[in-house]
Ligand binder design. Structure first.
Ligand code: 26V
Length: 811
């Protein structure tokens, strides 16, 4: 424990402020006060960080490395203070210095090095590993620019760069002495040395990888793990005077820029794969640097390279870090001089892989020619892996050429990363039960029948420390008052809350907590957009990436339908609703951008119509990110989880909402199914096609959106509204959406699910009418959310995938 009291903290803080700024605390700006506090907290963490690392060295425990192109950490000041157990002390100390801790916490730039679910999951996992005493560390890229900042101007998304490092980053420590060299391009020289065929990469380009380490603190347990992010630099940063005198100054600058471009910016696409050279370079860059440093560290403390797989687990978050497989092979073969068989055994045992999407357009595959040129030795190794793999297939599946070609790693001019990840790892998992079943029985069925034991499910989770304790302190306090503090370390204890749900006093408190959170959000909305929303209305929320399969369009269409009904019958008896949207569209995704325009146009029309003024409002909040989610989710009554069934691998915001006492309206997709199984049918509202029905349409056809359009007047009217000037003078404005629904036969079954969605919304309206019952439902959701803590998920990974005696012992 760090022993700090209010007075020592005040003293330390003033000293730190003076050291950094050369002036007194009270003369500083808020930004300077934030920075000094952050630096001080990092100093406090430093000792436990060192101790943790020393302990890992002494015990020789198995280390887990989570490789991910994305880590969406959000802000770290509040969560670090909370995990160290000094947030309250700090708040009081600062108050005595006339500083509001919340204000400083709000100044922190989000660390937004991720697109959405996959990156946030990686952040939740780091938090859980540290909190469960698991030696687990992150490895990724230190993008100079994170996920773009979204502004809505004239109703449209505008992207600004996210220069998050502008005022420095107090949490990271640069470790120049732990740099690695990553080699690109060149040729491979083959020669026989001492009778052994050896491979040496020559004429390559060297790039320096500099690690920046961020401490990941466990919850009140003195564990501090590491997130190591790599930044690219030219090997020599010296100014090249000889080229300057030859007039080649610009060339030197250009070279520097081209090297640094590798870690310059996070790709903002999360569902359309494009074979961009820079992205391939990014992938190899961090994987190679990460693996080299892991093996170097391993060798420092272990003499037997053959036992590497007993001491190290490497997990790859989607296919993006799959090059870890051939890179580990390269190190073991070319540098450690192991035989192919030994290197392969170690590699397979070390590596495990999670799949996060079944959208075909997101599957990574690289053109062979491009790949060979950039990574010649790695290509050779993949080629050999493929040869051996296909030979096995030929022996097993005699004459079944179609199947063998589907399963090949290199085929049709491409290197297929998912196939490589499956073949080169010992474990392949999906992220929710349905998703894993689809992988096994459909998307990856060939591989499942070949290696049934590799496949397993690990339903996602979220850290209840950030998403309940930190983001909803009033609810956390009510839980502490009722069921005690046990749930913090053992989230399944939340189940005890169910006992209190017959107590009207507790239900009343739940209601007040939610109302308070809604008042706060209303103020935020008013402050940012000048729109007044009624905290007593139902806060009906859909916040997530904008994507056709997530069906923000379905949400829009029912709002349009409700608006039509209210215009016709202004006295219609409904509970007033505030529809809240937030989310970013990939910059090149036209349909998603069009959807944002539709939302803002509907908002514009409805919010300015006096007829419906007291009944409905529509808000599109800008720049959705972790810190905004922390404000919206605790203030939500209704959580919209309405993806086309089979398309959302898991979803994780669904879990955050239930944990904060929202009712879910959902399709039976991803983890929604498991949420339903937990809370039971009467505490969630389900609608829409089932997985089998969707798969049946996919296999056998038979769906016609035109038929629905022509047979349902409500639907015809709102679809026509898209192009009849109701929402824009420019009648062509929503043509892309209109066409996707009619001309292209509504790929995501929006019209098919419309009627059942409307009926589900009517049920929500009725439920909300019975206040006590509504609160009880919210309480049931909270009580059953413990299973969706990422602590549960991480325990399953640790015991089921990364397993070792030490990991078992810890749990
Ligand atoms: C995919 C791609 C495709 C190629 C271009 C760059 C790029 C960047 C990121 C991704 C990741 C997309 C996969 C993803 O985020 N899946 C989400 O993972 C969540 C955590 O498992 C899960 O809850 C969501 O359902 C799933 O959509």
């Amino acid at each position: 424990m760090i022993y700090i009291n209010k007075n020592s903290l005040k003293k330390d803080y003033k000293r730190k402020f003076l050291e950094i700024n050369g002036k007194e605390l009270e003369d500083g700006t808020k930004e300077q006060q934030y920075e000094a506090l952050g630096s001080l907290i990092r100093d406090y963490v430093a000792k436990e960080w060192l101790n943790t690392n020393n302990k890992y060295k002494e015990t020789g425990e198995k280390q887990v490395y989570y490789f991910s192109m994305e880590f969406l950490l959000g802000r770290l000041l509040g969560s670090s203070l909370m995990n160290l157990g000094i947030r309250d002390i700090c708040r009081e100390a600062l108050l005595e210095l006339n500083i509001d801790l919340d204000e400083l916490e709000n100044l922190e730039q989000d660390q937004g090095l991720g697109n959405g679910g996959l990156g946030r999951l990686a952040a939740c996992f780091l938090d859980s590993m540290a909190s469960l005493n698991i030696p687990g560390h992150g490895c990724g890229i230190r993008y100079k620019y994170g996920f773009f900042e979204q502004k809505i101007i004239d109703g449209k998304q505008v992207e600004l760069s996210d220069n998050w490092l502008r005022s420095g980053n107090v949490w990271e420590i640069q470790k120049r002495d732990k740099s690695e060299i990553v080699k690109f391009g060149g040729d491979v020289k083959m020669e026989t040395i001492d009778g052994k065929l050896t491979f040496t990469q020559v004429n390559y380009e060297s790039i320096l990888a500099i690690p920046y380490d961020t401490p990941i603190t466990g919850y009140e347990n003195e564990v501090v793990n590491t997130l190591r992010l790599w930044s690219a630099e030219p090997v020599s940063n010296e100014f090249d005077f000889s080229s300057f005198s030859r007039g080649e100054f610009l060339k030197a600058i250009e070279y520097k820029n081209s090297v640094e471009s590798i870690s310059l910016v996070l790709y903002p696409e999360d569902s359309f794969y494009e074979g961009k050279i820079l992205r391939l370079k990014q992938q190899y860059f961090f994987v190679s640097a990460g693996l080299q440093s892991i093996v170097r560290h391993y060798k420092k403390y272990n003499s037997n390279i053959y036992e590497l797989d007993e001491k190290i687990s490497i997990h790859i978050n989607d296919t993006h870090p799959t090059l870890a497989i051939p890179e580990l092979m390269r190190i073991l073969l070319d540098e450690e001089k192991l035989s192919w068989e030994e290197a392969w055994r170690i590699t397979q045992n070390t590596i495990s892989y999670t799949n996060h999407t079944i959208l075909a357009e997101a599957l990574e595959k690289w053109p062979i020619n491009m790949f060979k040129k950039i990574l010649p030795r790695i290509y050779m190794i993949i080629h050999e892996i493929n040869e051996r793999h296909c030979k096995d297939l030929w022996n097993k599946y005699i004459g079944q050429w179609d199947k063998i070609s589907r399963m090949a790693i290199i085929a049709d001019g491409f290197v297929r990363m998912a196939n490589l990840a499956i073949v080169g790892s010992h474990s392949v998992n999906g992220v929710a039960k349905l998703h894993t079943e689809i992988l096994k029985k459909k998307e990856m069925s060939d591989f499942y029948y070949l290696y049934p034991n590799k496949f397993n499910n690990k339903t996602n989770g979220i850290t209840h420390r950030r998403w309940l304790l930190k983001s909803n302190p009033d609810l956390a306090n009510l839980l502490k008052e009722t069921i005690g503090e046990g749930f913090i370390k053992h989230p399944m204890d939340l189940l005890n809350f169910e006992k209190y749900l017959s107590d009207n006093n507790v239900l009343g408190k739940l209601r007040n907590i939610k109302l308070n959170n809604k008042v706060k959000l209303s103020k935020e909305i008013y402050g940012s957009y000048g729109i007044k929303v009624d905290p007593n209305s139902i806060f009906d929320v859909q916040v997530k990436r904008i994507h056709a399969y997530k069906r923000q369009t379905l949400n829009c269409l029912r709002i349009m339908d409700l608006y039509n009904k209210l215009i016709e019958n202004p006295n219609m008896d409904i509970n007033p609703r505030t529809f809240i949207f937030a989310g970013k569209a990939a910059p090149g995704y036209i349909l998603a951008k069009n959807t944002i325009e539709l939302i803002t146009s509907i908002a514009n029309k409805i919010n300015n119509d006096p007829i419906v003024k007291d009944k409905i409002k529509v808000i599109m909040m800008e720049n959705y990110r972790v810190s905004l989610a922390e404000k919206i989710i605790p203030a939500t009554d209704l959580s919209e989880q309405i993806s086309t069934t089979t398309k959302e691998a898991s979803g994780t915001s669904n879990m955050k909402f239930m944990m904060n006492g929202a009712l879910t309206i959902a399709t039976l997709d991803g983890a929604n199914i498991e949420i339903k199984d937990e809370v039971k049918e009467e505490n969630i509202v389900i609608f829409g096609l089932t997985a089998n029905e969707v798969l049946d349409y996919h296999n056998n056809g038979g769906y016609s959106s035109w038929d629905i359009y022509n047979s349902d007047n409500r639907i015809k009217r709102i679809i026509d509204n898209l192009v009849d000037g109701t929402y824009s003078y420019d009648r062509e404005k929503f043509r892309a959406i209109y066409d996707s629904l009619l001309k292209y036969n509504d790929e995501f079954f929006v019209l098919k699910d419309f009627d059942s969605y409307i009926r589900a919304q009517e049920i929500v309206n009725e439920l909300y009418g019975n206040k006590l019952n509504w609160q009880r439902i919210c309480g049931v959701n909270i009580a059953h959310s413990g299973i969706f803590s990422s602590d549960r998920t991480i325990k399953e990974y640790a015991t089921g995938i990364w397993g070792s005696d030490v990991l078992y012992k810890n749990l």
